[in-house]
Design a protein around this ligand. Sequence first.
Ligand code: GLY
Length: 316
Amino acid sequence: MWAMIATWRMALEGITAGGEMLEHGAAAGEALEKAICDIEDFPYYKSVGYGGLPNEEMEVELDAAYMDGNTFDIGAVAAIKDFANPIKVAKRLSAESVNCMLVSEGAEKFAHKEGFERKNMLSDRAKIHYRKRVKETAQELRPYIGHDTVGVVALDQHGKMVVGTSTSGLFMKKKGRVGDSPISGSGFYADSTVGGASATGLGEDLMKGCISYEIVRLMKEGHHPQAACEIAVNNLDAELKKRRGKAGDLSVVAMNNKGEYGVATNIEGFSFAVCREGETPAVYLVKNVDGKCIHELASEEWLNNYMQTRMAPLSE
Ligand code: GLY
């Protein structure tokens, strides 16, 4: 059995390519790297890789992480600039026993020494979005809270599980701000003897519940991935509302080592992509109805509209 699940519709083409690799016996880590690189390279996604929206100083600072569910090796980069594929750097760092999470100039120095591809990640479309936002907000720049990180969980034919994330973080964030995506247990976690999970949404709140670790812990206790995702999201949402009066966006995907999966969200409009041995890769939309998260296949119309809106011409 092989399988792959990822946050958001944007992952469909990436996990389709990764799924083909898994079908032909590739290792989970190789398939996951391919899936996330495809998303990082696609210029029309505004929250991952090239085309990601910048911080308040108009710089694209990227976060990414990789975890091997067999060995618990973890590699992560945070606030890295000017490298095409942060996931590749994170995966390479996971081979290190120390210095495996690097930030900013340290991450860039490492990536340079290791020969990773340099690229100015600020696209013309991202510059237009930035200028529009500056005009809209006049003097007061605030981070834009809505956000789509890509998080992928993969299971290969040898039963190995890995997880990876990649994001440009919040639009208009402070320089140096780091979200949940490169933080173990928050943005991602994988244990091949159990399963893996990844999160997307407001990093500041996702980190308050170490939500990806919590989902894997719940699966280890015997919960199906769907129940584990719902318990983790509903509990964190309720705790945040009780203690702080509000909860940010919390959305998660998870898969166990049998290829069974689960998803949960506390927002409208969360989508995910999944491909499994013997099934056609597909996108689903998720709704939280009184704590139960149900998902339905995205219609052709929804899929077409998604791409049209992402790729529509922009004017200043
Ligand atoms: N979840 C991504 C971020 O908050 O940066």
